[in-house]
Write a protein that binds this ligand. Structure first.
Ligand code: MG
Length: 405
C-alpha cells in the first residue's frame, strides 16, 4: 500500500497582503481560509495524515479562530520558520521523527489555496504513482496570457522589452508531491547551496530530477492580494465545498402533527379556524406553520425548528408561530436564499377548512413577503381512518423550493 500524507506550511505572515492577520487565517463565510483545503484532505481516504506547520508565536486568539478540527489524522505543529521552505523542512523533520517513513509520499499544499478539488488531487497522485521514473509531480496550468519582459526607461516607466514566448510555460500550483526523504534532502541541499527555493519542485529542478506536470484548475488559485480574497469570497459564498449547489436551487420538506383537544383554539396557517377542538402544544401549536418552518430550515441546511426554538425553553411557551416562521425565514435569507414556492397538505377530518385556505395563503405570503401565487395549500380528510380520521389530531406536510440569490 502506498502511504500519502499532506503537509500545509502555514507559518507565513502574508506581508504582501497587509494587515496583522496572516491571510490563511482570514475568514470566508466564518471559516478560516486554511480550513477549506484542510477539511478536504482530512476527508480523503487516500490521505493517511495531515500536518500543518504554524508559527510558534501564533496568538491564541488566532488559534481559536481557526478552530482546528478534532480529527486524529490532523497534526498541528509549531514548526513555522522564517520562510516557506524552512517551514516545510522543519515539519518534514518532525514527521520523520514521529514515525513517518522516508519512502512515504507527501503532498505539500499552500495554506492560501482554498479552491483545491478532490479530483485534481487524485489526478496528481495517480500520475505520480503510475510513473515510477519520476521523482514527483505538481499541479500546474499552461500559461494562457501573453508574457512581456519589462525594461525600465530613464523616467522609470515600465516598457515592453523583447517578447517572451509563452509556449511550453506553465504556472506552478500546489499540491506538489514527492517522497518524504527525497524532499527533505533536496531542500537541505538547496539551503546549503544558498539556492533560491520558490516552491518544492524548484529544489528538484536544480538537481535535474524529473517532475511531472499535471493539469490543475484556475479555481485552485493562490490568495495573494486583497482582490484575490474578494474573488474567493464570491466563489466560496455561492459554492462552498460543504454546500455544493446544483443551479442554486434546494428543496425542503416538513411534517408536523398535533393532538386535538377541547378548550384550545384551532390555529392553522396563522388563521383562527372556528372549531370545538384545538391543537395542543407548547406554542400556539400551528401545525402548518411548524411544518413550513421545518421545510425552510431543512432546505437551507439549517437543521430544524426544535434546534432554533426548543420547546424546553420557557421563552417559547405560547409562542406565536408566525414569529417563529419569520425568524426562521430571516435565517434562511441570511444564508442567501429566497423562497420560490411552497406546497402544503393539511390532513384534517374536521372541521372543513375550504373557507380558510385563502386567508392562510394570504397570511403566509404576507409573512414571507412573497406573492400568494407562490403559496399553495390543500386540505383533505383521512377517510375516517386512524387517529387523524377519528379527529384525535391534525397532521401537515409541506414542501418548499428555495433559490440562492
Ligand atoms: Mg409542531
Amino acid at each position: 500500500m502506498t502511504n500519502c500524507h499532506v503537509l500545509i506550511p502555514s507559518g507565513g505572515s502574508g506581508q504582501r497582503f497587509g494587515g496583522s492577520i496572516p491571510k490563511q487565517y482570514l475568514l470566508i463565510e466564518g471559516k478560516a481560509i486554511v480550513r477549506f483545503s484542510l477539511d478536504l484532505f482530512i476527508g480523503m481516504s487516500e490521505i493517511q495524515s495531515v500536518w500543518v506547520g504554524i508559527a510558534p508565536d501564533l496568538s491564541s486568539d488566532l488559534q481559536k479562530g481557526v478552530d482546528w478540527p478534532n480529527d486524529k489524522k490532523l497534526h498541528v505543529r509549531l514548526s513555522g520558520g522564517e520562510s516557506r521552505h524552512e517551514t516545510v523542512l522543519k515539519t518534514l523533520e518532525l514527521m520523520i521523527s514521529e514515525g513517518i517513513p522516508d519512502t512515504d509520499w507527501v503532498l505539500v499544499h499552500d495554506a492560501a489555496r482554498p479552491g483545491i478539488e478532490v479530483n485534481h488531487v487524485r489526478a496528481l497522485m495517480e500520475a505520480v504513482l503510475e510513473t515510477p521514473q519520476v521523482s514527483g509531480g505538481i499541479l500546474a496550468l499552461p500559461v494562457a496570457d501573453s508574457l512581456k519582459q519589462q525594461i525600465t526607461t530613464e523616467n522609470d516607466d515600465p516598457m515592453i522589452g523583447k517578447g517572451q514566448n509563452r509556449n511550453g510555460l506553465w504556472q506552478a500550483q500546489t499540491p506538489q508531491m514527492f517522497r518524504v526523504g527525497d524532499l527533505k534532502n533536496a531542500l537541505l541541499l538547496a539551503i546549503n547551496d544558498g539556492a533560491e527555493v520558490t516552491d518544492e519542485a524548484s529544489a528538484f529542478e536544480r538537481l535535474d530530477k524529473s517532475v511531472k506536470l499535471v493539469v490543475g484548475s484556475p479555481r485552485n488559485f493562490k490568495i495573494t492580494y486583497p482582490e484575490d480574497l474578494r474573488f474567493a469570497e464570491q466563489i466560496f459564498t455561492s459554492f462552498s465545498s460543504k454546500e455544493a449547489l446544483v443551479g442554486g436551487i434546494r428543496i425542503g420538506q416538513g411534517y408536523d402533527v398535533h393532538r386535538l383537544v377541547e378548550g384550545r383554539p384551532l390555529i392553522l396557517g396563522g388563521v383562527l379556524v372556528p372549531s370545538e377542538k384545538g391543537l395542543l402544544g407548547h406554542s400556539d401549536a400551528d401545525a402548518l406553520l411548524h411544518a413550513l418552518t421545518d421545510a425552510l430550515l431543512g432546505a437551507a441546511g439549517l437543521g430544524d425548528i426544535g434546534k432554533h426554538f426548543p420547546d424546553t425553553d420557557p421563552k417559547f411557551k405560547g409562542a406565536d408561530s408566525k414569529e417563529l416562521l419569520m425568524s426562521a425565514y430571516a435565517k434562511v435569507c441570511e444564508r442567501g436564499y429566497t423562497l420560490i414556492n411552497m406546497d402544503a397538505t393539511i390532513i384534517c377530518q374536521q372541521p372543513k377548512l375550504s373557507n380558510y385556505i385563502e386567508p392562510m395563503v394570504d397570511t403566509i405570503s404576507r409573512l414571507l413577503q412573497v406573492l400568494p401565487t407562490q403559496i399553495n395549500i390543500k386540505a383533505k380528510t383521512n377517510e375516517g381512518l386512524g387517529y387523524l380520521g377519528k379527529q384525535e389530531a391534525i397532521a401537515t406536510e409541506v414542501c418548499v423550493l428555495i433559490n440562492s440569490n
